[in-house]
Design a protein around this ligand. Structure first.
Ligand code: ZN
Ligand code: ZN
Ligand code: ZN
Length: 315
């Protein structure tokens, strides 16, 4: 293939049109529909090549599952420490005065611990109703599955669904100083002011969390027993077998990578400027056209290839 132009990635716009990110020579890449590409370039082969690559749409493929995603990696139950900042202040848990049971006990700003980003201890007065101890007491890791995706290598999904704001799993790895030159730019997340958690070799399934311009999870720093830990929580309701994704943010990498998330607001590159921002909690109400669009979009993504193949027609 020796053309000046090529398609980098694709997305489905809000009005259900498939758009392609086309890069022509030195020009800035542009999002075009199939018709626009045909009109400007009179070239259908470029679309066919792309179709082959993306024929599974939002693909979740399993044929290559005999390869172990954790090969050469060390799975850990809890963080390992290469560095610990003794000078950093890490808030400690107090005996909160939460009393009455509510759906999110100890997970409201009325809770003295929650308010300060601290997990309660086992001595919490809410006892088993306390919802503010997931990093200590919840393990969903047995439900997590690392799977092979067609476009971007590995991804992670769960056999159980999650409600909005519920804990999914901890992002685990090696705690390093953020000055450490061995810190991976791809697999590290900030932890406190001077430390990062680096999952490049010591890790759990959360290492395989992919970026999406329309993610369904977020990270939140919590102090547990005098240590910072990074929890991954659901940004909206997530159905079982739906890929779990997060926004890597603007500072992701010096060398921008193409984004294969296919979301309607996709920036085309990871950490780039998105077409628009949507607050996920707004999707539900009112139950409008956009909500229905996103339900179809993510359901299809969760169901995988088959549901999508039937409908693939470049529109
Ligand atoms: Zn409380
Ligand atoms: Zn509590
Ligand atoms: Zn994207």
């Amino acid at each position: 293939m020796n053309r000046e132009y090529r398609i980098l990635t694709t997305r489905i716009s809000i009005n259900s049109q498939r758009q392609f990110l086309l890069k022509h020579g030195k020009f800035v890449a542009r999002w075009l529909t199939k018709d626009e590409i045909v009109r400007e370039y009179q070239d259908l082969t470029i679309l066919n090549e792309f179709r082959e690559k993306f024929q599974y749409g939002f693909s979740i493929i399993s044929e290559e599952n005999e390869i172990d995603p954790f090969e050469n990696l060390i799975q850990v139950q809890s963080n390992r420490y290469k560095f610990f900042d003794v000078n950093e202040y890490i808030p400690g848990a107090v005996y909160c005065d939460c009393k009455d049971f509510q759906l999110m006990s100890c997970r409201t700003y009325g809770c003295e611990n929650w308010k300060r980003g601290v997990e309660c201890t086992a001595a919490c007065p809410m006892e088993y109703d306390c919802m503010n101890r997931p990093l200590q007491s919840t393990s969903n890791e047995a439900y997590l599955e690392v799977f092979k995706t067609k476009q971007y290598n590995w991804g992670v999904k769960s056999r159980i669904g999650f409600f909005r704001n519920h804990f999914i799993a901890e992002y685990k790895g090696m705690i390093k100083s953020n000055n450490d030159e061995t810190v991976s730019s791809v697999y590290s997340m900030d932890l406190g002011k001077t430390t990062v958690v680096d999952a490049s070799s010591f890790c759990n399934a959360m290492r395989f969390l992919n970026h999406s311009c329309l993610p369904n999870s977020y990270s939140s720093l919590r102090a547990v027993d005098g240590q910072w830990r990074l929890g991954i929580y659901a940004l909206r309701d997530i159905c079982s077998h739906e890929e779990i994704t997060i926004d890597y943010g603007k500072n992701y990498a010096q060398n921008p990578e193409i984004c294969y998330c296919q979301a309607p607001n996709c920036a085309g590159i990871i950490g780039g400027k998105k077409e628009f921002e949507i607050e996920p909690k707004k999707w539900r109400e009112p139950f409008d056209e956009m909500t229905r669009f996103f339900e179809r979009f993510f359901l299809r993504k969760a169901l995988g290839n088959n549901s999508y193949l039937i409908r693939w027609s470049y529109h």
